[in-house]
Design a protein around this ligand. Structure first.
Ligand code: SAM
Length: 271
């Protein structure tokens, strides 16, 4: 199996050669591809390496089985490792609330993880929205792989999509990229979340669900709760928290490193 690796801090970069050597020795990969975030490397004062295969051979697409569902992952072109593995557990939890006849809106869907789990659980229809053409092509491929036809994959900005929306859903998933990569960006990020949650509430059928996530360390669980409370007041709807969600186990939350608790989310029922 091919591996994807990324060095994002000057500290961990000191162990670069040891980590790569150990990965090769222990996991015997077919190939290793190094991903690069130029902005972060600049902040850390690290050499600007190019994204490239640093060991063996890495195929354009690999197939991954997650909880008996098939996904293609593009290590080279896709975001992160090609699949957002940190949401694996949450995809299972959120989709366990699907009832017969449910219509789902998967906003910021990337390769369609949440929506595809919902289709497997018997959802009537899923509308996927992502601004990236690579993501939309992957959704189409993933739906084909799992033999799902009751979906639509839309390449659009999620904010524009919500602004023009005139249909209703039973569950809306909101999983945007990190809106606040720095503390300075926090105010704008909160406003973005308020818009997304308020407009999603307006697009919900009676007793509908919203799963909302933030993958930025700067937006705390408390911030996300305040966004929900604000949206509840603005729309006059009551919001019940059904599940508190966080990153899956292989993205450890180290107590002595608060930024390692980066992914937080809530599944709520709007009544
Ligand atoms: C955190 S990922 C979503 C992961 C996904 N839920 C999953 O389970 O694989 C965020 C996604 O938002 C997309 N995105 C970023 N800005 C966007 C925007 N303004 N409108 C729609 N999609 C956007 C990115 O292309 C990326 O695929």
């Amino acid at each position: 199996m091919s591996k994807s690796i990324q060095f994002n801090t000057a500290g961990i970069n000191r162990f670069r050669d040891l980590i790569i050597k150990s990965l090769i020795e222990i996991t015997k990969p077919k190939g290793i591809y190094e991903k690069v975030d130029e902005k972060i490397l600049k902040i850390e004062g690290l050499k600007q390496n190019k994204e490239q295969t640093i060991y063996g051979e890495v195929l354009e697409n690999i197939q991954v089985i997650e909880n008996s569902l098939k996904f293609v992952a593009s290590i080279k072109q896709g975001q992160k490792t090609g699949l957002f593995l940190d949401q694996r557990k949450n995809r299972k939890i959120v989709s366990s609330y699907i009832q017969r006849g449910f219509k789902i809106l998967d906003l910021f869907s990337n390769s369609g993880g949440f929506g595809i789990y919902c289709l497997k659980k018997g959802a009537d229809f899923v509308e996927f929205v992502d601004v990236s053409q690579v993501a939309v092509s992957q959704i189409e491929e993933n739906c084909k792989l799992n033999d799902f036809k009751n979906y639509k994959a839309i390449k659009e900005d999620a904010f524009d999509y919500l602004n023009n929306l005139n249909k209703k859903f039973n569950l809306i998933i909101i999983d945007p990229p990190a809106f606040a990569k720095t503390k300075k960006e926090k105010v704008g990020a909160i406003k973005g979340f308020q818009f997304l949650v308020i407009n999603s509430i307006k697009a919900l059928e009676e007793n509908g669900y919203i799963a909302v996530f933030s993958c930025s360390h700067h937006i705390t669980e408390e911030d996300l709760k305040k966004v929900l409370l604000f949206a509840s007041q603005k729309t006059g709807k009551r919001i019940v928290i059904i599940e508190k969600l966080m990153q899956d186990l292989d993205h450890p939350y180290l107590l002595n490193s608060p930024p390692s608790f980066y992914l937080k989310g809530f599944l709520v029922k709007v009544i």
